[in-house]
Design a protein around this ligand. Structure first.
Ligand SMILES: Nc1ncnc2c1ncn2[C@@H]1O[C@H](COP(=O)(O)OP(=O)(O)O)[C@@H](O)[C@H]1O
Ligand SMILES: N[C@@H](CC(=O)OP(=O)(O)O)C(=O)O
Length: 451
């Protein structure tokens, strides 16, 4: 049995939804259908999730929201009309959207979570109706009924492992179950969402719960490519990759599949196949635990992720043990997470995602670090990108680092940080964000020279 997940691009309008219907009908093993909210129909369009965020903010600020609700309702109406869904069913969706502000929420963050989650919830209700109208014996399944219980973190929840047994009770369901992605319920019954792009995570959780043979993740590209196709022209497709490779690459910027979604798949040893809704017969990318190294290409992929900053701290006779403890304690006090902390004899840099910091928080943090550490020098630099070169074939190979640094040097890309060794299948560079595209192209041409 298979779990299929359709991303926002696959459900953006009725034309796309029609392709989804055909894909579900084409294989009776596709028994669990996880859906995102309608995504972008064209470049510059706004995803329903982003409209819902605007709606939530307007509600919190007491601003008018008629225009935004009109836009959201119109997205569902176009699909409902095209598939001749009964007016009463569409009316229920419309009223749910209009009533969102009139519920009790524990605080603003739960309100935001509930507004966001309704993008997928209402879409799942609608797609179940569409499938039914198209002759599929389908039924909506809410994550609460499914048993998908998550941690009490409204916008960055994690699955509670006992959920898997409850989800497993649905494994023999005779109907096709349509489940909204992106959210679950905490043990108080409140909606908490995963991080952005988190419908991939729901798909993987359901796949592990029902012990699916395969988790098919339908999106808008024929495969996962060795570099972001928006940066490199016609990059080579990766048809087979390992969980480890994908996790490193998605963490570092391959937004096509959420890095956290790999964990349930790894735990359940479930094959993940990324496929294109627009070309479902293309083979896509299969992600498994099996290593298949092509010696000609030790590198599988090159990724880059922007919006990091680095806090540089220098102190002569730096006592690393005490220093790191104090830094970690301060970060925890301000609920900040860091990504890397490379250090030298007298200096250390804390690399973190800069969207966690407001200018005020940044000033406070630096002030507190000065008090706690009495450094000889401290400053923060913004707009770094992390650049990652990943491949199972890199393990036990020599010369990859020198090839990479040579290629970057030829393009005058300045290396701010280099990290190799944490994982034998990846190396990471900190570079300036505005040099990321040049850097990716240089590395791609080096590691995929004939393509
Ligand atoms: N290496 C890569 N290979 C394929 N797609 C990539 C890669 N890196 C980034 N992407 C982007 O990921 C997009 C698909 O992910 P996303 O927009 O989240 O889809 P969905 O709406 O289906 O969830 C592609 O359109 C592509 O622009
Ligand atoms: N709709 C949510 C969750 C998601 O996974 O969406 P998509 O499949 O469009 O990436 C978001 O925009 O974050």
């Amino acid at each position: 049995m298979k779990v299929v997940k359709f991303g926002g691009s696959s459900l953006a309008n009725s034309t796309q939804v029609n392709k989804v219907v055909n894909i579900v009908k084409a294989d009776d093993q596709r028994r669990f259908v996880v859906v995102s909210a309608p995504g972008k129909r064209f470049d510059g369009d706004i995803k329903v999730t982003d409209l819902l965020i605007q709606y939530a903010k307007a509600t919190l600020n007491g601003d008018p929201s008629d225009t935004i609700t009109g836009q959201i309702i119109a997205r569902y109406e176009e699909i409902a009309t095209a598939f001749q869904i009964p007016q009463s069913a569409f009316e229920a969706i419309k009223q749910t959207i209009l009533n969102l502000p009139h519920h009790d929420y524990q605080d603003d963050s739960y309100l935001m979570a509930a507004f966001k989650a309704h993008g997928e919830k209402l879409n799942a209700i609608l797609i179940a109706q569409v499938l039914k109208a198209s002759g599929v014996n389908a039924k909506f399944l809410d994550p609460k009924e499914a048993g998908l219980v998550v941690t009490d973190s409204p916008d960055d929840a994690e699955i509670i492992p006992t959920s898997y047994d409850r989800i497993n009770e649905w494994a023999d369901s005779k109907l096709v179950r349509v489940i909204p992605g992106f959210f679950g319920y905490n043990d108080q019954g409140q909606i908490c969402t995963f991080s952005r792009g988190g419908s991939d995570i729901t798909g993987a959780i359901i796949a592990r719960g029902v012990k699916a043979k395969r988790y098919e993740n339908f999106t808008d590209v024929d495969a996962i490519y060795a570099a972001n196709p928006q940066v490199v022209h016609h990059p080579i497709a990766i048809h087979n990759m390992t969980f480890r490779e994908m996790r490193e690459l998605s963490y570092a910027g391959f937004s096509v599949f959420h890095d956290e979604a790999l964990i349930p798949a790894i735990q359940g040893d479930i094959q993940v196949v990324v496929k294109n809704t627009n070309h479902p017969s293309e083979r896509g990318t299969s992600i498994t635990s099996h290593k298949r190294v092509n010696p000609a290409y030790p590198v599988s992929g090159i990724a880059s992720s922007p919006n990091f900053c680095g806090i540089y701290i220098r102190k002569y006779m730096l006592d690393k043990k005490r220093y790191s403890q104090k830094i970690l304690k301060l970060l925890a006090e301000y609920d900040l997470s860091y990504e890397h902390m490379p250090s030298g004899i007298d200096d250390l840099t804390v690399i973190m995602r800069q969207d966690q910091l407001t200018p005020e928080l940044e000033d406070t943090l630096i002030r507190e670090l000065v008090i706690a550490l009495r450094p000889d020098e401290i400053h923060i630099s913004h707009n770094y990108a992390l650049l990652m070169v990943v491949g199972e074939g890199m393990a036990n190979r020599t010369g990859i680092m020198s090839k990479a640094t040579d290629a970057l040097a030829r393009q005058n890309v300045k290396l701010i940080m280099v990290n190799q060794g944490a994982s034998e299948i990846s190396m990471m560079f900190g570079i300036k964000q505005d040099e990321a595209k040049v850097a990716i192209k240089a590395l791609y041409d080096t590691f995929f020279p004939d393509l």
